[in-house]
Design a protein around this ligand. Structure first.
Ligand code: AHG
Ligand code: MN
Ligand code: MN
Ligand code: MN
Length: 336
């Protein structure tokens, strides 16, 4: 390819998803339509985030969600945009959002085959100070759209067809896997298109960064405490790891994916299941990590094998570079 050809041969996310679709002869284009609506939601949130300060989108919405968190205006706005975009696509059947206590069952006249679980705005505590935030999503196929039930979304992450996130940071990046690798697309605001900039992302086998909220250290269990101790005071003479913690899972996971290292949100004696939600935080990020050659562990099992029983269920999570996660697995296995 000459540089010119590359510049004019625009691989947009829509064209990429269509290419993926062509690998499935039975596909009818439903997934492509679903993705184009999801992408529209991300473009809307990206523009709302970029002008939040100007458009009075900062601050609280005056309500609390099922998590007991005070909802920010942007939490509510982005949730509404995604629910409407996904419902109107005519390709969805069940929606699970962090911001809605109950799952949304799409009206039968508008039902499609896909169930979407999503965190419309991840890292809400960072909105008002302009630090990167994101959107996270995972996609399941419904068994029978005429008999749709919660069972269709209380499935282990290993049943997900696709997962991804959008990072609203210095640039707007959408990272997606449909089960054959991970690709990163950057929004070109002048075109309003996500362009493929990071083809076939692979996470380094080992990293030099650990990412955890050290403020919870006094409540950690033994294996987590030992692991973090080893990051800071390595026994094997290697140099200590650096600590990087943004407090938005999307930002911390994106850095981990590109630079390598490990992201941890462990259990602690205050919250034995940790803080992060299985369906729309743990599963999508674990799916991406495995597709990029990394791994994801709950402290007890492979994260994607966990079978959720409630739509807002939480789980501890350790994910990132393959070798780094192996080390913490060894500490938990020993302790078991
Ligand atoms: P959300 O804003 O969608 O509720 O998610 C916040 C999560 C996640 O983004 C981040 O990794 C974690 O909360 C940070 O929690 P702590 O502030 O307890 O470290
Ligand atoms: Mn929240
Ligand atoms: Mn979140
Ligand atoms: Mn959220």
């Amino acid at each position: 390819h000459s540089a010119d050809a590359q510049r004019t041969d625009l691989m947009t996310i829509t064209r990429h998803v269509l290419n993926e679709q062509s690998k499935h002869p039975e596909a009818r284009g439903d997934f492509t339509i679903l993705m184009s609506n999801l992408v529209l939601g991300c473009k809307f949130v990206c523009s709302a985030v970029n002008k939040a300060g100007l458009a009075k989108l900062i601050g609280l919405a005056g309500d609390t969600n099922v998590q007991g968190e005070e909802q920010k205006k942007l939490d509510v706005l982005s949730n509404e945009v995604f629910v409407k975009a996904l419902t109107s696509s005519g390709r969805t059947c069940i929606l699970v959002s962090e911001e809605d206590e109950e799952a949304t069952f799409v009206d039968p006249s508008l039902r499609g085959r896909y169930c979407v679980v999503f965190d419309p705005l991840d890292g809400s505590s960072n909105i008002d100070c302009g630090v990167s935030i994101g959107t996270i999503f995972g996609i399941y196929m419904v068994r029978d759209k005429n008999e749709a039930s919660l069972y269709d979304v209380l499935q282990p992450g290993n049943q997900m067809l696709a997962a991804g996130y959008c990072l609203y940071g210095s640039s707007c990046m959408l990272v997606l896997s449909t089960g054959s690798g991970v690709n990163g697309f950057t929004l070109d605001p002048s075109l309003g298109e996500f362009i493929l900039t990071h083809p076939d992302i692979k996470i380094p086998k080992k990293g030099k960064i650990y990412s955890v909220n050290e403020g919870n250290a006094q409540n950690w269990d033994e294996p987590t405490s030992k692991y973090v101790e080893n990051c800071k005071y390595p026994k094997d003479g290697s140099s200590p790891k650096s600590l990087r913690y943004v407090g938005s899972m999307v930002a911390d996971v994106h850095r981990t994916l590109l630079y390598g290292g490990i992201f941890l949100y462990p259990a602690d004696n205050k919250s034995p299941d940790g803080k992060l939600r299985v369906l729309y935080e743990v599963f999508p990020m674990s799916f991406l990590m495995e597709q990029a050659g990394g791994q994801a562990f709950t402290g007890k099992q492979r994260a994607l094998d966990l079978v959720p029983t409630k739509i807002h269920q939480r789980s501890p999570i350790f994910l990132g570079s393959y070798d780094d996660v192996e080390e913490i697995k060894a500490l938990y296995v020993k302790e078991a």
